[in-house]
Design a protein around this ligand. Structure first.
Ligand SMILES: *[C@@H]1O[C@H](CO)[C@@H](O)[C@H](O)[C@H]1NC(C)=O
Ligand SMILES: *[C@@H]1O[C@H](CO)[C@@H](O)[C@H](O)[C@H]1NC(C)=O
Length: 191
């Protein structure tokens, strides 16, 4: 059950959020963020607020390393080409989200819903994917999973490169507590 978002990533009050929820880019965005800062003090994390193609936070092409995105509904959120080293997504809903060409080294994706998400061309090394559901996710290109934990992870209908599938089969175990899917079976480990 998602709990209240952490203080570091609070939803802004409705009025200001609506003011910021417009499709803007580049200079217009910084002008808008500047205006929001003048209205009332905001913390640094909120400097990213401003509206993206899928959500209210601009999370594409950003360095969001070490930030806490746990227990949030980030369905369809765009994290393309972002740097997310040691970033925490624990217990969050990320179905359909994009991590295309992102750096996820050391991130925590435990117990996340990653159904249909895009993990193409990712650095997914040393990541905690314990209990994550990847069903139908896209993993094309040279995405690397070295050193990651896939205990209780569900890889149903995920096309993985042969070398990465073999690497994961060496360490995979368990059953996903939500879907009831056996991790090794979902990886087609053949045992
Ligand atoms: C991975 O996540 C699980 C569930 O949140 C947690 O129990 C475990 O300690 C984590 N493992 C590491 C190495 O951080
Ligand atoms: C993965 O994490 C689980 C608990 O979250 C732990 O029991 C297991 O030893 C870890 N496996 C690897 C390969 O790190």
């Amino acid at each position: 059950m998602p709990t209240a978002p952490k203080a570091s990533y609070e939803e802004p009050p409705l009025g200001r959020r609506d003011a910021l929820f417009v499709g803007v880019a580049g200079a217009a965005l910084s002008a808008l963020v500047g205006a929001a800062v003048m209205l009332q003090p905001v913390d640094v994390a909120q400097a990213y607020l401003g509206g993206g193609p899928y959500g209210r936070q601009v999370t594409r092409g950003q360095d969001l390393s070490g930030q806490d995105f746990s227990n949030l509904d980030l369905t369809g959120q765009d994290f393309k080409t972002s740097i997310l080293r040691q970033t925490t997504f624990k217990n969050s809903k990320l179905a359909g989200a994009s991590f295309f060409d992102a750096d996820l080294a050391g991130a925590d994706f435990s117990n996340t819903d990653l159904r249909g998400a895009d993990f193409s061309l990712c650095r997914a090394t040393q990541v905690n994917f314990t209990g994550a559901i990847f069903e139908g996710a896209t993993v094309t290109g040279n995405t690397q999973f070295k050193g990651s934990n896939v205990t209780d992870t569900d890889f149903t209908d995920v096309g993985l490169r042969t070398d990465q599938r073999k690497l994961l089969c060496k360490i995979a175990s368990g059953t996903n507590p939500v879907t009831g899917v056996d991790t090794r079976e979902s990886l087609l480990c053949g045992d």
